[in-house]
Design a binder for this molecule. Structure first.
Ligand code: NAD
Length: 536
């Protein structure tokens, strides 16, 4: 493993001789321009810190419950006007956002890195995903949202039009791990469909969420269409849900269940993108080098703090030794730095909480007999929350990391003898988010994929192939979630289907003095005829 011994040579933006705020990691004026967007009147602020150097980043104004109500009032006013704009206008704004995000990528990436501590290349993935999503919905708006003609009950006489009516105001509650893409991407189809948004980014990554809001406005979305509140989820979550017409949540399964129960109480829909314990299967005919390269990205992207990242690796007996040797070698060759440069293969964990969980999972496994094939220790010399990419072997069901999500750079490798056994082990546990299968026989791999209980399955790729294919729905089965983002599903969740029937000539009642009994006979004969004619 090539390790950078020195601390990052990153300093605050100002001269400490003349500016008492010089220890701040970011320019205070730039931070203030962002935090001004928060609807917050409490007068209270909460500081946030960068995991890279520990420097303070911002004092985040905190919203009250009255501020949440104000955010929804603003959103509702803006939504009424927005819903009257043409689809062509909305899609042109999305396409402008695409260009803006690509043009401003350095600024976005820097901020994501400062707030999360992730490696630059992993922050770039967020730019990519927002641009892909903006382009996709910008180009497919009419396909998804134009009124649809459907067959009516009486051919030629009953016309049916299905309208996709916006729900109204969507509440978006986002986590810290992919703070740009998870704050923005779920909102784009909501806006496209004519909704407004009130969003609460995670406390640790507020500025990135706010930069998203700023870019949306610069692209041409009205400012009050996208309203940001700040504060603890358990305080602001309920008032948000009480005022939302739909809730989009990304985060842990435990919080997702609380949100689903509150949405049920309000009789509103929600989509929940939750946790995972994602498996990779390396079959006996896999290209071992390709699988080892993919396994590194699958396991250690954003230090494993990625919902679709892998924590369980099942490898066929025939290729086990060759695969493990290459996987360990590639892991040990990773460049570990704590800074903003491109020369970094994995950044730091975001917080002490994350470090504590990762440390506890590895210590528990090792105490109970697991072997460490790579990594296995914290790296305080690189950063306060740094943990090495870690490969474990010999993990057993009594160890915490066997079934619980670590959400860190820790992967357990298991050997399998037959594929049916590998599939059933991959399906063990409560989650069902993402899986990968490595095999040269892609038709066979696709067939196996249909037996895996996960919302997305990637053949010969870690996770990016499904995640970045925006036309394909993405989300979890079982305890990994409810509903789907992306594709038609990703925009239709924010609409109500409204059927409009226009009836000509015939009416659905006896005519010309016909008795009810005769009417029933005529209708029965008609039903039989329609079935004979092959009508649906
Ligand atoms: P979390 O559930 O603790 O927090 C997520 C968000 O919910 C934060 O904004 C938080 O403030 C808010 N929140 C917390 N309690 C709340 C409540 N009672 N009501 C309303 N909002 C509340 O999750 P986290 O620790 O920030 O994120 C990590 C988890 O998210 C992991 O389990 C990971 O797998 C999952 N995740 C899933 C996806 C996906 O797409 N499936 C993506 C990223 C992260």
């Amino acid at each position: 493993m090539s390790l950078s011994p020195e601390h990052p040579s990153i300093t605050g933006p100002s001269d400490p001789e003349v500016d008492p705020r010089a220890s701040y990691a970011l320019e205070p004026d730039m931070v203030e321009a962002l935090t001004d967007r928060i609807i917050a009147t409490s007068g209270r602020t909460v500081p946030s810190y960068t995991p890279i150097t520990g420097q303070p980043v911002a004092n985040i104004p905190q919203s009250t419950q009255a501020d949440v109500a104000e955010a929804y009032d603003r959103a509702r006013r803006a939504q009424a006007a927005w819903a009257r704009t043409s689809l062509d206008h909305r899609q042109s704004v999305l396409l402008r956002l695409h260009d803006l995000v690509l043009d401003r990528q350095e600024e976005i990436i820097d901020l994501v890195c400062w707030e999360t501590g992730k490696a630059r290349k992993h922050a770039y993935d967020e730019v990519l995903h927002v641009a892909l999503t903006a382009r996709y919905y910008g180009r497919t708006a009419h396909r998804h949202l134009d009124p649809e003609r459907r067959p009516g009950v009486v051919p030629g006489l009953t016309r049916i039009d299905v309208n996709h009516v916006p729900k109204g105001v969507v509440g978006i509650i986002a986590p810290w791990n992919y703070p740009f893409t998870l704050a923005v991407c779920d909102g784009l189809p909501a806006l496209l469909a004519g909704n407004a948004v009130v969003t609460k980014p995670d406390a640790q990554t507020m500025l990135t969420g706010l930069l998203g809001a700023q870019l949306l406005e610069e692209a041409g979305f009205p400012r009050e269409l996208w309203n940001v509140v700040a504060g603890p989820g358990r305080e602001l979550g309920t008032p948000m849900i009480e005022r939302s017409d739909y809730v989009c949540f990304t985060g842990s399964t435990a919080t997702g269940k609380i949100i689903a129960a509150q949405c049920a109480e309000q009789l509103i829909g929600c989509s929940l993108e939750l946790g995972g314990k994602n498996p990779v299967l390396v079959l006996r005919d896999a290209d071992v080098d390709r699988a080892a390269e993919g396994a590194v990205r699958a396991s250690f992207s954003n230090s494993g703090q990625l919902c679709v990242s892998t924590e369980r690796l099942f490898v066929a007996d025939q290729v086990y030794d060759r695969f493990v040797e290459r996987f360990v070698a590639r892991t040990e060759a990773m460049r570990l730095r704590n800074g903003l440069g491109w020369d970094n293969d994995m950044g730091t964990l975001i917080s002490q909480d994350q470090l504590d969980t990762v440390t506890a999972h590895v210590e528990d496994a090792v105490d109970k007999g697991a072997r460490v094939l790579a990594g296995g220790r914290a790296r305080p010399d690189l950063g306060r929350f740094y943990y090495e990419p870690t490969i474990l072997e010999g993990v057993t069901p009594d160890m915490t990391c066997f079934g619980e999500e670590t959400f860190g750079p820790v992967i357990s490798v298991y050997r399998f003898h037959d594929e049916a056994d590998a599939v059933s082990r991959a399906n063990e546990g409560e989650y069902g988010l993402n899986a990968s299968i490595y095999s040269r026989d892609t038709a066979r791999a696709r067939q196996l994929a249909s037996q895996i209980k996960c919302g997305t399955v990637n053949v010969n790729e870690a996770f990016a192939a499904t995640f970045a294919s925006i036309d394909s729905p993405m989300g979890g089965m079982r305890q990994s979630g409810m509903g789907r983002r992306q594709g038609a599903e990703g925009v239709h969740r924010y609409t109500e289907s409204q059927s409009v029937a226009t009836q000509r000539l015939l009416r659905f009642a006896p005519v010309l003095g016909m008795s009810d009994e005769m009417y029933a006979k005529v209708m029965t004969a008609n039903l039989r005829l329609m079935k004979k004619l092959g009508r649906a």
